[in-house]
Ligand binder design. Structure first.
Ligand SMILES: [Zn+2]
Length: 381
């Protein structure tokens, strides 16, 4: 499966560029369908555009246990963030077949679209559309860097207008997302697999800094209205405020107009990502940055995964460590929608993620497949 995915959506700058509702995305969807067909699993696409493969026939009174994740990436993203969860789900189904397991409930594999929000700016757009957390009108109006709306991108791919899909959600009795760890807690715990307890609250804000375009060679310093200086202040202030309040803040995306080496910018737009265990501390950082007039683009409250389920899965996996995460996931959206949800993390020796250097050892990936199979077997005994 990795060999088939390896060439899909290579980023010329390294790693992967797998954005939602592109031809690359269509290739990933075809890959998912082919893997499901290879195993004789039936496939459906929900009204929000997410893909499902089923072993058995789920229904309202016969809910399934679903494993899955996403296949899209950030720009220059790594190979594991997302695909590891989908590949491991297919491999876990193979392992259950090898073991002769007969599930008491249907087992599903899900592929959620547009998890990273790299193209249209809203993370977990596929799962949020599914649950209704992202209103359809708002989603359709989102635009990418080229000015293409989400609605136009869907139409270009021959996809229908999305909608929430409560029927699809009702088929899911339990959801388990396996994901590469985005940190080094499991390295410190000396364990290949961990179980998530919660996702920290997190948000994104946009800052627009206005200036006056002018010639870099003829405009005296005193006469300049240079928004790049404000950007520098924003970055430094965000870092200092985050340290003060014990959270994380990042300015990772900037747009500069006109973006010329010999022009003072007319406008700079920057995006701030802020998250931490305590939502009040995140709010305090934003209050400290009020002079930059940040405009909220998304906010996700803390997601606490079903504690009894997490404890049970930890026990099944030989008392695997329990850990929180600062990264958002589709599992958080499903959990917030009331579905009993758990996450398994696979050790990442460097902790690097959202980078071509993202890596999990093959032995740890294999341990992840076995762990996921053990969990699916436990939940479908
Ligand atoms: Zn991910």
């Amino acid at each position: 499966m990795w060999a088939d995915l390896e060439p899909v959506g290579r980023d010329p700058r390294g790693g992967y560029r797998r954005f939602a509702w592109t031809d690359t995305d269509a290739d990933l969807r075809a890959w998912f369908d082919a893997e499901a067909a290879r195993r004789g699993l039936s496939t459906t696409v929900d009204r929000a555009g997410n893909q499902w493969a089923w072993w058995g026939s789920p229904g309202r009174t016969h809910q399934g246990v679903v494993a899955g994740s996403h296949l899209d990436s950030v720009p220059s993203g790594g190979a594991f963030d997302g695909p590891l969860g989908v590949v491991s789900a297919f491999a876990a189904v193979d392992l259950l077949h090898e073991r002769g397991h007969t599930p008491s409930r249907p087992i599903g594999i899900a592929h959620f679209g547009d998890e990273e929000g790299a193209r249209f700016g809203v993370a977990c757009a596929g799962s949020r559309l599914l649950t209704g957390a992202l209103p359809v009108d708002r989603a359709l109006a989102l635009t990418d860097a080229g000015g293409v709306s989400l609605g136009a991108a869907l139409a270009h791919q021959g996809r229908p207008v999305p909608a929430p899909d409560p029927d699809a959600l009702e088929r899911v009795g339990t959801f388990v997302e396996l994901h590469v760890e985005q940190g080094r807690a499991l390295v410190h715990d000396d364990a290949p697999i961990g179980v998530a307890t919660e996702i920290w609250p997190h948000g994104r804000w946009r800052v627009t800094l206005a200036g006056e375009a002018n010639h870099a060679g003829t405009t005296p310093l005193a006469d300049r209205h240079d928004p790049m200086l404000e950007l520098a202040a924003l970055v430094a202030d965000a870092r200092a405020a985050a340290a003060r309040h014990g959270v994380l803040a990042t300015v990772g995306k900037v747009e500069v107009d006109p973006n010329g080496v010999n022009a003072i910018p007319s406008e700079v737009r920057a995006w701030l990502d802020c998250r931490g265990a305590d939502p009040d501390a995140v709010a305090a950082v934003l209050a400290d940055l009020a002079r930059f007039a940040p405009v909220g683009e998304s906010w996700t409250a803390a997601t606490v995964f079903d504690p009894a389920l997490a404890a049970r899965l930890s026990g099944v996996l030989g008392n695997a460590p329990l850990l929180p995460t600062g990264a958002g996931h589709d599992a958080g959206i499903l959990s917030a929608a009331g579905i009993p949800t758990a996450m398994l993390f696979v050790r990442n020796r460097t902790g690097v993620s959202h980078s071509p250097a993202e890596h999990a050892d093959t032995a740890d990936c294999h341990a992840g497949v076995v762990a996921l199979a053990d969990v699916l077997a436990e939940l479908t005994r």
